[in-house]
Design a protein around this ligand. Structure first.
Ligand SMILES: Nc1ncnc2c1ncn2[C@@H]1O[C@H](COP(=O)(O)OP(=O)(O)OP(=O)(O)O)[C@@H](O)[C@H]1O
Length: 264
């Protein structure tokens, strides 16, 4: 499904500002895998997401989706296979456009040229049905400008848009971190419902240790550009936050430093 082999990325090479972001990353995700990613500050989590989605190109390595090499493809071409929800609720949607116009854009993704964004009554009925599944009343606000929605509502809409065309890979980039606890829980619940219903292969970065353990079937921990721990579903079931932090310390030789870490 998604396979990364020997992916490396160095910023500002050969200068005093040289930063290793990724060092020989190997990661193979099977169809339906839900992998949570945690790690220290500057471990390379965002760079990993950016390289998979095509925002950045790696210095070395090979990226494949369903066996097809994708590293030469720009971000917009990859978007037919990759859905992404960002931390910032403002990032995934167009604020001056209405809910139905935003959904129409997401709907057109990956469709043949000539398929236009226009909102037809047929599409409107589909949008209403899809929005209803979120259970927060957005189906009655199709003509509302997205900029008027709350952060939680926007994240719910972003999630729907990112998954509308059943992507091969769903990237969740700390997508609940900017929300208050109740809204974060709502978005987590919606995420789990959509991911399990559509059987999406998902990679989720989180600073919430408890969430990283509780969600998904696999957990990877990053430090200084490397994957230092890869925990399977069986082991994850009985894992505690304290054990996880202990393992990090043992392998990396230092305590997990993360300004935003949430233990649970
Ligand atoms: N555009 C950039 N230019 C220069 N250095 C960068 C750039 N982006 C990231 N880095 C550096 O690359 C390393 C990895 O950064 P990255 O943002 O991927 O880590 P992260 O795990 O997402 O960190 P955090 O959890 O603190 O957001 C860090 O040392 C960071 O300073």
């Amino acid at each position: 499904m998604l396979a990364l082999s020997n992916v490396s990325k160095l910023f500002n090479p050969g200068t005093p500002d040289e930063k290793i972001a990724l060092m020989g990353i190997n990661l193979k995700m099977n169809p339906g895998d839900f992998v949570t990613v945690i790690g220290s500050n500057g471990a390379g989590k965002s760079t990993l997401m950016n390289i998979i989605s095509g925002v950045m190109t790696p210095d070395t390595g090979d990226l494949r989706i369903e066996g097809n090499a994708i590293q030469q493809l720009p971000e917009y071409r990859r978007s037919q296979w990759i859905g992404r929800v960002f931390q910032d609720p403002m990032a995934g949607t167009a604020p001056r456009m209405t809910i139905e116009e935003n959904l129409s854009m997401a709907y057109a993704r990956g469709k043949k040229r000539g398929f236009r964004f226009g909102v037809t009554s047929g599409k409107r009925a589909i949008f209403r049905e899809e929005l209803k599944r979120l259970g927060i009343g957005l189906e009655n606000r199709l003509q509302a400008k997205v900029g008027m929605l709350s952060g939680g509502e926007r994240q719910a809409l972003s999630l729907l848009m990112a998954t509308f065309t059943k992507p091969q890979i769903l990237l969740l980039d700390e997508h609940t971190a900017a929300l208050d606890p109740a809204r974060a829980e709502l978005i987590t619940r919606l995420t789990m419902a959509i991911v399990s219903e559509m059987k999406l292969t998902t990679l989720m970065v989180t600073h919430n240790m408890e969430q990283a353990i509780r969600l998904g079937n696999r957990l990877i921990m990053m430090d200084r550009g490397r994957i230092i721990l890869d925990i399977t579903e069986q082991r994850k079931k009985d894992l505690t936050v304290a054990q996880l932090l202990g393992e990090f310390e043992q392998i990396s030789g230092s305590k997990l430093s993360d300004d935003r870490v949430v233990l649970g």
